[in-house]
Design a protein. Sequence first.
Length: 690
Amino acid sequence: MVHRFAVWLLCLVPLCGSLWGQIPVFVNEIHYDNTGVDVGEGFEIAGPAGTNLACFRVYLYNGSVPGAAVVYDTIFLSGVIPDQCNGFGTVFFPVNSPAQLQNGSSDGMALIFNPTFVGCGTLGVPTVVQVISYEGGFTAAAGPAIGRTSTDIGVNEVSTTLVGLSLQLTGAGVLYGDFAWAPAAAATPGAPNNGQTFGGTACGTGPVIPTEIRFRSTPSGCLLPGGLFTIEVCGTDAAGFTAISYNSPITISLLSGPGVLSGTVTQNAFFGCATFTGLSLSAAGTYRFRATDGVLLDTSLFVYISPTCATCPNLDAVLVDACGVQEGRNEILFFNSGDFAIPVNANAFTINYGTTPTPNTGYCNTIASNQSYINALNAMAGCSLFHDALSESPIPPNTDFLVMSVTPLTTYNFAAWCGLGSVYVIFSTDVDWNIGTGNWKNCLDCLPLDQGTTPRYFNTNFSGLGGGAGCDFTYSYIPCTDLLCLGDGDGIDFGYGGGTPISSWNECNPTNVLPVAFSLPLQAERDARDVRLQWQTNFESNSNYFEISRSTSALGPFTVIGTTAAAGFSGEPRDYAYRDVHAPAQVAWYRLVEIDANGATMYSQIAMAMGLADVSQLLVSHQGRQYAFDAQGRGAVRLEIFDAAGKLHRSIDGVPGVVAMDLSSFDAGVYFYRVTVGMDVFAGKLPLLD
């Protein structure tokens, strides 16, 4: 049967250049060649009004040897950008004899920002803002851009280009990436280009005023505990255009998650955005962030930390013979995302199908949103189960997702999935997706010539994601052999990592979904030198066994200490127990890993067992939420306060005598303390009531 829920995603909107931070000063116009004697050569710089261009240099590169381009001149910029359109403007810099701008292939320039120049007022290191070229690309072998490869602007001038023309950026926006280079047109030195408006709206409407802040994190893919990532926060208007003049200090913080955030958490916005680099999180789990400048607020960012980064995104199953009235529109691919948070972007992965082991017909090269059909799916299921993957990217780890036509007419009944977690849907607009007669060969359309014996192959490749090397799998089946051939609802299950089918099925009313649903979370109770563990499930499908892991820290690492067989398939409550014989005397932390028959995994919450230390040697007293921990003069004390999920909320280290802690700011709930005095560890509960 289809393992339609299990571990995790897939197809992201490319983040538009109008939102995310870059230095918003760029080369906006170039003229380097024309008929007869070259005249009026130079380049134009565009950016926010008031920008001091003395902080910038332009290095001109000769790329006649594309692999080793050299600097042939340096242009010292000067002046202040005027306000010509909605708080933006341009300044033209002629490049006259003897240097001029070189003609010919693979020439170009690098724009450099240096905050240490006189009058620029900040500390820092030079930044390569742009390396662009015309008539081919190059790699710089000298100058500040050494080692950088240029981006060819894609248009050029020739010896027959008329005098008075230039190459220009056109479009609407505030950053370089918002615009596109156009072929030679009437030059506009020192003014906005033909077909160009700044700020995303007609000139005269004023600069972008921030009405909200938005943020994202990189890299996407799979992050391990302690792995470094970046968060970028930008002040924007409602349309997503960056408010370049916005320079407020922004602070990020954790709203929820099982571990501790490390790294700098307050930065001033620079040209509208604040970038927080070198961040890390201490434990696997889902984290929600908050960003604020004291007025504007965003809490939409989630970061996912995976325990192993070992399980790749996987094609679980395919509905080959669709349910409903139209074959192609009703076919569905069932995936889980493994250990990865996957950006929904047609460039993030490939899904191919064909008659060879290396199929090359893509079925998700273009994608779209379809919120109206998401609403219809939820209405049919009777719950808020489905999410539009493109608009809510990235899809989290341990989340199931579907790929189907952007115009589905499915009568597949998802009602049994309600209450078992979110499902993301990717709608394909690929020209290869046949919405009429169908896409995947099934037994009812086997030709007499092959009788359905020629294998068909799916290939899914997620190796381009961070940490995703090796996430490239091929799945095969033989029509009329690996299918039930009963018509509507014929489908195929695949094991993890591809290969041949492990089962086939015929249904349009799925009931077998999540491998395990916990009704009673893991509990740990000290019994002398042993620890008794208990948990309960109310649903199991395709479950294989539970791994029991232990650690002496809520932050891990966890070590496997035993296993217990799972039920496999069960729709009734089922109780489990495990005894950790001769457990460590100190506080111990436990975690379950459910492993299903396909190798997919699911992690439980963490449970804590008290230590065996003589509690009479630690006196705990309190008045309201003012707590005191007295180790009775036995040495320096380390005090830690954890919540029920194992998250460390506060700690004090190396304090002799009585340690006092005010917990009045804590939310109501059950917390745990751990006190370490030399080699002894004391632990207990702190029930904080309203």
